[in-house]
Ligand binder design. Sequence first.
Ligand code: ADP
Ligand code: MG
Length: 459
Amino acid sequence: HWSRICARLKAEVGEVEYNTWLRQMGVGTVEEDEITLYLPTRFLRDWVRGQYGDRLGALWHAEIPAIRRVELQVARGPSPAGDGEAVIAESVPASATATPAVEVAAAEAEPRAAEVRSDLAAPLDPRFTFETFVVGKPNEFAYACARRVAERPSSPGFNPLFLYGGVGLGKTHLMHAIGSELVREGRVSVAYMSAEKFMYRFIAAIRSQSTMEFKEQLRSVDVLMIDDLQFLIGKDNTQEEFFHTFNALVDAGRQIVVSADKSPSDLSGLEDRLRTRLGCGMVADIHATTFELRISILEAKATASGVDVPAKVLEFLAHKITSNVRELEGALNRLIAHANLFGRPVTLEATQDVLHDILKANNRRVTIEEIQRKVAEHWNIRLTDMSSARRSTVVARPRQVAMYLSKQLTSRSLPEIGRKFGNRDHTTVIYAVRRVMELMEQDPAFAEDVELLRRMLES
Ligand code: ADP
Ligand code: MG
């Protein structure tokens, strides 16, 4: 029975997942209506129960109809000296009802001194300090909060510190600045890592059966910073682990700093209790940059580079590149590199030349409505047919072209584009883009039409 069940599971979940979570599972004896399975660690047991409990129950029931319960036990195999055999029993009913997570009090290894911290955290970028962070209206609150935490970690009201904002607006920069400041003071131990890294560390720890060490390492720091927490959406087990770490640290009076692309209340997909706790301290958002802030940032970076960049050029960049600081910085760096390489002064003309691709990308001001209008005119169909349900080629083809051009010429996402075309699904947009590209390859006249439309819309 067991080997058949294992084969079934392996086929269902795939080799990799099977080897990661299920390979180490052992089988005990069948007793009347119950079968006992063994896993080497409590964590693995919980994970298997959560992810595969129902399936295991069903598979066993199918093999031996008499079986009504699958019992998952932790058996830590032949244990090292001193560490007594710990067997923790918990049952999973073979029916589909979910078992609530039960806290099991088990004798756990004594906490070890945390000397391995450095290997846990990512290094801090020395360029990201408070000194190099340019403060303006959109970020002054977040900046002040970050400074405050760096000065006095774990102050009431500032724990956790939750920083949020769009891409490239300085969240990571501020977190590194907090870290560097604290490390420079030499007072506390700091661990910084992305949520992604947190997850991979966690999974690696499970694989190597060292979750205990992982937890101890994490729980021994004074300040824990997790960047881009939105990554944990949908990663329920990692979220759970983070939640426990979070609680343990805050309860022990340690500081937590977290960043995400949205506020705690907008991070749907994170567990409610985690969102609640994340919002309990200080929540600070970084707004989109203003023209003034962009100018200040450019001035600061130009000065630091030692290259003379005329005010006209800085203004031009601040006007043209509005999406985020990372892009702005990238554009300026390219100009500076160019100036250094060719030993030519930076001029407005040279700027337009050197950055023409970046500028073009940022020039895309054309709206989906304009595209729809132009395309409908071109093929002589009604504008309403852009969103109608009609599927005849006469209207469907221009509609696909309009979707294609919307993807090419605007920065709208696929779902947003779909919505503007009579609430169509994003997969329809993907299909349209592909179809138009195919047709352009096959039919030069059609390709010319599309190119013409594109040029009209771009100018
Ligand atoms: P996020 O983490 O919010 O996506 P980052 O912190 O990585 O953004 O910032 C992107 C880039 O822009 C980094 O190089 C950072 O140094 C720079 N940057 C962002 N905001 C500022 C600012 N206010 N002053 C100086 N540099 C900034
Ligand atoms: Mg970041």
